[in-house]
Design a protein around this ligand. Structure first.
Ligand code: GDP
Ligand code: MN
Length: 336
């Protein structure tokens, strides 16, 4: 005998345009913020900005990560910024510290070479730990295991505009795996042999390259050389299942084996960008042009009606997109 459903349930399922059917759907998503205890003022400012402009209406959880235990004072300062759930996590040392098999003499030599060229963070080992962690480990942290999508936030960033919809749901409903607000050129001396290693990987695993990839964002000569374009990873809304996938894990392991995180200063931004551009379809990368955002010393400010509707506090003429240092034109060129 067929089970009889109460009438109100039948209607709830059969009517496609019910008022709550879209807006009440939530993504399996969280904010992620990596920081030190000493970053507390910048962390509080960033969380306030995200909460006021978006999350107060959505209450997506926050995961804060640190290579040292968070202090009680830090937690006290941060906890009051949101009604959403906040977790404070410790990064296991093996995901953070320079591995033993790295030749320290060679690593020191690499740091000295960058210092001589006055490259930012040339001499910093913690900065290298951070870049490697963001490339290969954060999405394996136990506090992030329950989630698929994340929104990366850093201390002292600003969100300029009201966000009137759920960017996580946007990612999910449009099959996006990676997104950005600012795109620019990398310092070449920090990634001297990165592209060589990428090309090796492509030869080893041509099956991982998506036929509809965005190679033309990365290269002006069909993949022979890297044009240094990448997405600025201090803002990311992306799909951790992409980083957890066999293709990205194989890619990370290949890069890790080269030691370039320590012998050079490979950044998570070019690594994430190269992976998203090669292992996904180009239309799976999204430019959030309606999200006004600043991380020193650059900002993206929406224009026109997006600026008005968002009550944006930025000057619409002060936006990085169409300066000579931006790669946005190259990204847009993929779709014409
Ligand atoms: P920049 O944006 O490239 O100038 O680098 P940041 O100094 O902003 O570092 C990037 C992110 O990693 C920020 O969220 C920092 O708070 C975090 N970070 C950098 N170094 C460390 C570190 O040694 N320990 C911890 N826990 N977080 C760090
Ligand atoms: Mn930063």
């Amino acid at each position: 005998t067929p089970i009889e459903m109460p009438n109100h349930l039948v209607n709830a399922h059969s009517s496609p345009n019910r008022h709550h059917s879209i807006s009440s759907k939530r993504a399996n998503a969280t904010f992620v913020l990596l920081c030190r205890n000493s970053d507390v003022n910048g962390v509080v400012a960033s969380i306030q900005s995200v909460e006021d402009r978006f999350n107060k209406d959505y209450r997506y959880p926050w995961v804060l990560l640190n290579d040292e235990p968070f202090t009680e004072d830090f937690k006290r300062r941060v906890q009051i910024m949101t009604h959403a759930r906040i977790s404070f996590g410790l990064i296991p040392p093996e995901q953070w510290v320079q591995p033993e098999w790295i030749d320290e003499a060679r690593a020191r030599d690499g740091r000295n070479q960058l210092s001589a060229q006055r490259i930012i963070y040339a001499d910093s080992v913690p900065y290298r730990n951070m870049c490697r962690f963001n490339s290969g480990f954060f999405y394996h942290h136990e506090l992030l295991q329950p989630y698929r999508y994340y929104w990366r936030v850093e201390p002292d960033v600003k969100f300029f505009c009201d966000i009137h919809y759920d960017p996580f749901m946007y990612m999910q409903e449009h099959d996006k795996i990676y997104s950005f607000t600012i795109s620019l050129y990398e310092w070449e001396p920090t990634i001297k042999t990165l592209w060589q290693s990428v090309r090796e990987f492509i030869e080893l695993h041509p099956e991982y390259i998506d036929p509809q990839n965005a190679m033309d964002f990365l290269s002006n000569d069909g993949g022979n050389s890297y044009n240094l374009c990448h997405f600025w990873s201090n803002f990311e809304i992306a799909d951790m299942d992409f980083w957890r996938s066999e293709r990205y894990q194989a890619f990370f392991n290949h890069l890790e084996s080269k030691g370039g995180f320590y012998y050079e200063r490979w950044g998570d931004a070019p690594i994430h960008s190269i992976a998203a551009a090669l292992f996904a379809r180009k239309d799976q990368i999204h430019f959030f042009r309606d999200i006004g955002y600043r991380h020193e010393h650059f900002q993206h400010c929406p224009r026109g009606t997006q600026w008005e509707l968002g009550r944006c506090s930025c000057d619409p003429d002060d936006t990085f997109d169409y300066t000579p240092f931006s790669c946005v034109k190259k990204f847009e060129g993929l779709f014409i």
